[in-house]
Design a protein. Structure first.
Length: 201
């Protein structure tokens, strides 16, 4: 019995450690997924802004007219749509020029002034607010990454809907819990096997 006591204590400590790690990991999973998704948003906005600026450079060189430049930017940004993830853009008058919901295009966006103010000293900033999701047509919380096209004063945004994020988090947490349970079972099996060997000696 004396030989078993240290093993029981060790097993108990290990299980407590697994549970603590599981709790911390469970909380951290969502933050990690959101941070990863925000990196994806920043990448998409950087691509959109840089390519738009290529057309602006062509305009400055006299290769494109102002209208042609706008049209090329609109065409490029409009192609950056992936189901519920899409680029939107408001021009320097605050008019929506690119959006997945066609009824919004051509309308003045009150958020333009606020966005331009936020972007005075920032390259990209994030804003969380409810938005109508195109696929379901329901109002869902959305994290929008927002930036502007240099020298053109167009505001462009790209975001992620929290219901999509929550699905990814659920899958990640499920895998984490499964791996944690398997690890706990493995430790328990090894400890139990070792205790049996000690008893038979």
């Amino acid at each position: 019995m004396k030989n078993q006591k240290p093993l029981v204590i060790l097993l108990t400590v290990a299980l407590i450690g697994f549970i603590s790690t599981g709790f911390i990991g469970f909380q951290y999973t969502k933050e990690a997924v959101i941070a990863s998704k925000k990196q994806d948003v920043e990448t998409m906005l950087t691509i959109a802004s840089n390519q738009s600026y290529v057309y602006i450079e062509q305009y400055k060189q006299g290769l494109l007219t102002k209208q042609e430049t706008d049209e090329k930017i609109i065409h490029f940004l409009s192609a950056m749509q992936f189901k519920s993830a899409y680029i939107w853009a408001n021009d320097n008058f605050g008019i929506a020029r690119v959006h997945t919901r066609k009824e919004i295009i051509g309308q003045f966006q009150r958020s333009y002034v606020e966005n331009m103010t936020e972007l005075v000293n920032k390259k990209i900033y994030f804003r969380t607010q409810p938005n109508i999701k195109p696929i379901s047509n329901q109002r869902v919380l959305k994290i929008n990454g927002i930036t502007k096209i240099p020298e053109w004063d167009w505001v462009i945004g790209y975001g992620l809907y929290m219901d999509d994020v929550n699905r990814v988090v659920f899958k990640a947490r499920r895998l984490f819990i499964i791996s944690l349970i398997l690890s706990m079972l493995m430790v328990s099996f090894v400890a139990f096997h070792f205790m049996r060997r000690k008893n038979n000696e």
